[in-house]
Design a protein around this ligand. Sequence first.
Ligand code: ATR
Length: 277
Amino acid sequence: MSSPRIPLAGVIGHPVAHSKSPRLHGHWLRKYGLPGFYVPMDVAPDDLETVLRTLPKVGFVGANVTVPHKEAALEIADVASDRATLIGAANTLTFREDGKIYADNTDGYGFIENLRQGAPDWDPKAGPAMVLGAGGASRAILASLLHAGVPEIMLSNRTRLRADALHHEFGTRIQVVDWVQAGNALEDAALVVNTTALGMTGKPELRIPLDGLQKQAVVTDIVYTPLKTHLLQVAEEIGCHTVDGLGMLIYQAVPGFERWFGQRPEVDETVRKVILE
Ligand code: ATR
């Protein structure tokens, strides 16, 4: 009789050394005493399909995919969730027993869950959201906000054309605002989200005038190094509720871990510390 295989999973990127996912999944595996390994895999774009078809044959039950593979992974997959199809990218792959690769995108889930836990009083239907940035992260966040029932989203991006493209794709609940005008459009905003990398250590700060913002508004950032970005600092000074970006990274990992290792992991202060160490 053969003994049960130890489940393997990992993160595929190029590069991948910066990824916090091995630390996160490793912490949960140890915490719950589960058999399993989670490893980083640096895979060049040309090798992605071969690697994805080989991993299930050598004991892998799933994988996260990160930059630059998220769109290609969705194309390669045999089956995809509605949210991955809508976003046009995958971050969580499950290698099913029938041999098919199932693609999901949990970035928007991670974003909303972080927001719900960090700002329990935030009501998606309370008013419009202002979303800054129109890249890959923005796509996932826009989809999740629309799904959560946010009535209207003002979208602002340095390169207006990219915001216009998302408006055409996602529909009339998204209104494009000029990048230089973003600060003037905040009066009604119930939520402000930075989806750009501005404010991250080593990058310029995101400097948007928040004077018009109401105190009841919630301000959140997907950047988590530093935890308190300039945007969040200014928002706090105004009296707004702020939510840092670390939770988005943690919550987006929850569905994959549960699917692959059979345990829904808890998100607590310890896991936040483990990532920041
Ligand atoms: P991601 O997948 O992480 O969202 P991305 O697709 O490269 O990455 O998108 C990066 C986002 O940050 C974009 O909205 C980008 O604006 P542009 O579309 O104008 O490039 C924004 N961004 C990056 N650097 C910026 C800067 N210095 N000023 C303003 N926006 C910036």
